[in-house]
Design a protein around this ligand. Structure first.
Ligand code: FES
Ligand code: FES
Length: 231
């Protein structure tokens, strides 16, 4: 009897070639890893290479004509420029103050075509051709203060003064609105103009103007003095 007859698992050379060995498995895995890592390495190499960014496109400017405090201005502004920034940065009228830049404090109040507005909440190009009054334009001339300005001084209606330009513009328009018969949220009978501006009426009508120094009682007193002709 030959040894082959007694071996239950005769060793065949072709079987050995097909059976996975530990060495062949590790070789295959390493090759596969190298293949899958190649695109990643390529991508990383590309990312490391600085891309040539296109130059930023020039922002188009738009013309806007305003009459500010009686003087004509022709400004070239970006379409996104607020009226507040146009006044301060383009027309160089820095009396109007930027407090919150989001319509909450009233420091930026100016009068546009007779109505007081928050200049931080509106675009300059929306007011092309309109008349704007800022705190610099309240006094009738360079030497004489407006009645509301005198009253603010006499009634000690400010401390740091940051809110004061907006308070003055708001108070000026408030008195005009009252004289024109506009009602407010606290007017008892909206069919009739209140006989006089009460403290409640003034507080309500000035409620869009915040004073961090808390000069409110004196501001009310100043507005009341002017509205009643006692200033
Ligand atoms: S800056 Fe405009 S409301 Fe405050
Ligand atoms: S006076 Fe200072 S915030 Fe009004």
């Amino acid at each position: 009897m030959s040894p082959a007859d007694t071996d239950p698992h005769p060793h065949d050379a072709s079987d050995a070639a097909q059976k996975p060995s530990r060495r062949r498995f590790l070789q295959s895995a390493a090759a596969a890893a190298a293949v899958s890592a190649a695109p990643l390495a390529h991508a990383q190499q590309q990312a490391a290479t600085p891309a040539t960014a296109p130059p930023p496109a020039a922002v188009p400017m738009m013309p806007v004509k305003l009459t500010i405090n009686g003087h004509p201005y022709e400004l070239q502004v970006e379409a996104r420029t607020t009226l507040l920034d146009a006044l301060r940065e383009y027309a160089n009228l820095t009396g109007t103050k930027k407090g919150c830049d989001r319509g909450q404090c009233g420091a930026c109040t100016v009068i546009v075509s007779g109505r007081r507005i928050n200049s931080c909440l509106t675009l300059a190009v929306m007011h092309d051709g309109e008349a704007v009054t800022t705190v610099e334009g309240l006094a009738p001339d360079g030497d004489t203060l407006a009645p509301i300005q005198r009253a603010f001084i006499e009634k000690d209606a400010f401390q740091c003064g940051y809110c004061t330009p907006g308070q003055l513009c708001s108070a000026t328009a408030l008195i005009d609105e009252y004289r024109a018969g506009d009602a407010s949220a606290v007017t008892a009978d909206v069919r009739f103009r209140p006989a006089q501006l009460s403290d409640d009426e003034i507080r309500e009508r000035m409620s869009g103007n915040i004073c961090r120094c808390g000069a409110y009682p004196n501001i009310v007193a100043a507005v009341k003095a002017v509205a009643s002709g006692n200033a």
